[in-house]
Ligand binder design. Structure first.
Ligand code: MG
Length: 398
């Protein structure tokens, strides 16, 4: 029996975001796996949960018992399914899947049931200060071969701020949801007119609207035929998706904030959304993601896993293996990484002509250069961008 000999956590920050990677070492010399446990904004809590709680409970266990380990790790602290616990469990879960693939000599997508496609279509971000700059970026991406482009103007919330603050208003990231709706509709209408209907457009509302404004916005953009409109409501307003569905056929994606199956299950069962896009490490890893994908397939809902820069390259590799396998794969978000990140994570999937390709190495097909990672240690910092406020200073969801 091959057992877990050690569990090590690497917290590194090659670019803007702290990344957490777990390395599970086994009783076999040179056999180890890597997993993503990246919860950028509270990463030290995840490191502690793994080192001080999961590791003592899991060392000595059979590496082949992935499901058993996941079930036990998820309830080991009795309370479960928070983002810290889920990320900690994910780090171990992905690493055990990686080990299984290496033992079998097969890439993970083959163990899941084999490829349904040779590569995963990706969408990339365009974010301009005005609509002309957004269009310019879309055209650049189109020339690079990207068929799917997410269009934003002024970042999340549109960053239309400020001038209506009351006297003495506190500091923060101010935005105006009503102005946002008007400006985004104008920008997206302009871009659609310029690029035509062939190019797919997406947009992320980032849960910044009141529920009824969200319903109206989804209806207003219907004619633009977006590939999807993302996170138009906060998870707390899930029941409002029924109202969105009732008034328009705008394709809806949801879910990067979800941490519990009870959050996405009713949306899928009621067919109120078209794409689920959970952050794989924040739902607990590959094991629950496969279950979610299969559940969604039965309801005609497609996957669009979260893929920003605060998913580690190991997490992106996990996304890709799920994408290649799932019959109901929809699209993959892709942020792009610079040379340093490719150097630090050998095997990081490559994107060419709008598609992300696997490298066909066993397991996840990715590794981490620990000595290079150590030269770029993660640093805790106060998170500013989530300190969002409405025009009158009221705290708002980021
Ligand atoms: Mg998003």
């Amino acid at each position: 029996m091959i057992t877990i000999r050690d569990i090590r956590v690497i917290a590194t920050q090659p670019t803007r975001w702290p990344l957490v990677v777990v390395k599970v070492e086994t009783s076999e010399p040179d056999l180890y796996g890597v997993g993503c446990a990246t919860y950028t904004q509270r990463y030290t809590a995840v490191v502690s949960a793994i080192e001080e709680h999961l590791k003592p409970a899991l060392v000595g266990r059979d590496v082949s018992r992935i499901e058993d380990t996941w079930q036990q790790a998820m309830v080991n602290g009795y309370w479960r399914n928070g983002p810290v616990v889920n990320n900690a469990v994910s780090g171990v879960d992905m690493a055990l899947w990686d080990i299984l693939g290496k033992r079998a000599g097969l890439p993970l997508y083959e163990l899941f049931g084999g490829k349904c496609r040779e590569a995963a279509a990706v969408y990339v971000h365009c974010n301009g200060r005005d609509k002309e700059e957004v269009l310019e970026q879309v055209r650049e991406r189109m020339e690079e071969g990207y068929h799917y482009t997410r269009v934003q103007m002024g970042g999340y919330g549109g960053l239309v701020s400020g001038d209506r603050k009351p006297e003495g208003a506190v500091d923060g990231v101010y935005y105006d949801p009503r102005a946002y709706c008007r400006n985004m509709l104008d920008m997206m209408t302009y871009v659609r007119e310029q690029v035509g209907e062939e190019q797919e457009l997406l947009h992320d509302v980032h849960e910044r609207l009141s529920p009824i404004d969200a319903v109206a916005f989804a209806k207003d953009v219907e004619a633009l035929k977006l590939f999807f409109l993302e996170d138009i409501l906060a998870p707390e307003d899930n029941a409002w998706f029924e109202k969105v569905r009732a008034v328009c056929a705008t394709a809806i994606s949801m879910g990067e904030l979800f941490v519990h199956p009870l959050e996405w299950r009713p949306l899928v069962e009621n067919r109120w959304i078209d794409f689920v896009r959970m952050h794989i490490s924040t739902i607990g890893g590959i094991t629950p993601a496969r279950r979610a994908a299969e559940f969604c397939e039965a309801y005609g809902v497609r996957t669009a896993w979260h893929g920003p820069g605060d998913v580690s390259p190991v997490g992106h590799a996990a996304n890709l293996h799920l994408d290649l396998w799932a019959p109901n794969f929809g699209i993959q978000e892709w942020c792009g990484f610079d040379e340093l990140v490719y150097e630090m994570f050998p095997g990081l999937p490559e994107v060419r002509g709008g598609y992300m390709y696997p490298n066909d190495s066993p397991g996840l097909g990715i590794d981490i250069d620990e000595s290079l990672a150590a030269k770029h240690p993660a640093k805790p910092e106060v998170i500013e961008w989530t300190q969002t406020r409405l025009p009158d200073g009221t705290p708002a969801r980021p």
